[in-house]
Design a protein around this ligand. Structure first.
Ligand SMILES: Cc1cc2nc3c(=O)[nH]c(=O)nc-3n(C[C@H](O)[C@H](O)[C@H](O)COP(=O)(O)OP(=O)(O)OC[C@H]3O[C@@H](n4cnc5c(N)ncnc54)[C@H](O)[C@@H]3O)c2cc1C
Length: 334
């Protein structure tokens, strides 16, 4: 079991920046996110939108802000468990929590910081009989490790950016790739649509529009999918079926951890963003208190104050002296 100082549930902007502030106090962090990549809402909902209210940046693309945060926390070597949902928290010793993910990964730490935003992003699933039987056995809702699709027959369904981007990426490594979309026009970025069209024209992608997957078959794992098109019903060989119909946030397991919840958010003390359970804090969009604003800037502030309290929780006998980064630098802190 991995051990760290602070487990951060949620690798959105607030979880990421908290690694930096914790690093200044020499506290190690391990982030867990159900998404396959860091950035939370910025990566999942609006990567190409400019944000105008980050101090010091008159305008910054959401994806650029995430890249910069990743660069900023690099010196502190945070650990990441991505593509896994934080499912269970239990106290295993007097001041030690164990977090278990939906895939059985276990991490323990004296402090847990919940930076879960709007909750865990859950995939929108197509209404197919037996879908659950094939989950993890050929049906994937997020692409966690692209290499597993090398030289395999892949069917992707969807018409947004994720479906287009992964079709483009996997076209290079898959044995065959089909993109099934129920309309003839796509919702994604124009240059991605153009690239998919080029790949379809050159025969690298089999693009099937005005169509949808209506069934999955296979003895123990996916072997074929049935597609209904305007010309009739066709069965295609497939090792993997990847429906990419977007993700919707749900509070999910966080609501079952014994924390005080109000309006789908965790109640905190604004002194240090602690929850009703000592050692567990909640920062960013996931928390609520009088006057709360769901802004990145406010989450950064909350994470900064929270780690000061976390330090005292972990080392009750040590004195914490506050220092500016202009005085200490970053590398000298490691
Ligand atoms: C369209 C849009 C535009 C916006 N524009 C602005 C703006 O201009 N300025 C601004 O300041 N804010 C803006 N916001 C709000 C801003 O995006 C949020 O305040 C910010 O994302 C909150 O960051 P966070 O880290 O708290 O949460 P999130 O970004 O939501 O990240 C939380 C992460 O936690 C993960 N998670 C949750 N539960 C679990 C679990 N059980 N296990 C594993 N992982 C879990 C989620 O998958 C997610 O990745 C905008 C929001 C939207 C939707």
């Amino acid at each position: 079991m991995t051990r760290t100082d602070i487990i951060i549930v949620g690798a959105g902007p607030v979880g990421l920046f908290t690694v930096f502030e914790a690093g200044l106090l020499k506290l190690k962090c391990h982030l867990v996110d159900v998404l396959g990549q860091p950035g939370g809402q910025l990566t999942e909902i609006y990567p190409k939108k400019p944000i105008y209210d980050i101090p010091g940046y008159p305008s910054v693309l959401a994806s650029e802000l995430v890249d910069n945060l990743m660069k900023q926390i690099e010196p502190f070597n945070p650990e990441f468990t991505l593509g896994e949902k934080a499912e269970k928290i239990e106290k295993i010793e007097d001041s030690l929590f164990k977090l278990t993910t939906d895939q059985g990964t276990e991490i323990c730490a004296p402090v847990i910081a919940i930076a879960g935003g709007l909750g865990s992003f859950e995939p929108r699933k197509p209404p197919l009989e037996n879908l659950e039987k094939y989950e993890g056995k050929g049906v994937d809702y997020i692409v966690k490790d692209p290499e597993k699709y090398r030289d395999r027959d892949i069917v992707i369904a969807g018409g947004g950016d994720s479906a287009l981007d992964w079709t483009i990426y996997l076209a290079e490594i898959a044995k065959s790739i089909k993109l099934i979309h129920r309309r003839s026009s796509f919702r994604g970025a124009i240059d991605s649509v153009e690239k998919v069209m080029e790949l379809a024209n050159s025969g690298k992608v089999d693009l099937i529009t005005n169509a949808q997957v209506t069934a999955i078959s296979g003895a123990n794992s996916v072997e074929s999918v049935t597609v209904e098109t305007s010309n009739g019903i066709v069965d295609f060989n497939a090792d993997y079926f990847i429906p990419l119909f977007g993700l919707t946030p749900k509070l999910g397991p966080i609501g079952e951890w014994g924390l005080e919840i109000e309006d789908n958010a965790i109640k905190v003390n604004t002194y240090d963003y602690s929850t009703n359970i000592p050692g567990i804090y909640a920062i960013g969009d996931i928390n609520t208190y009088p006057g709360k604003l769901k802004l990145i800037l406010c989450g950064f502030h909350e994470g900064t104050l929270m780690v000061q309290s976390a330090f005292k929780h972990i080392y009750p006998d040590q004195k914490l002296s506050f220092k500016y980064t202009t005085v200490t630098g970053i590398s000298g802190l490691e």
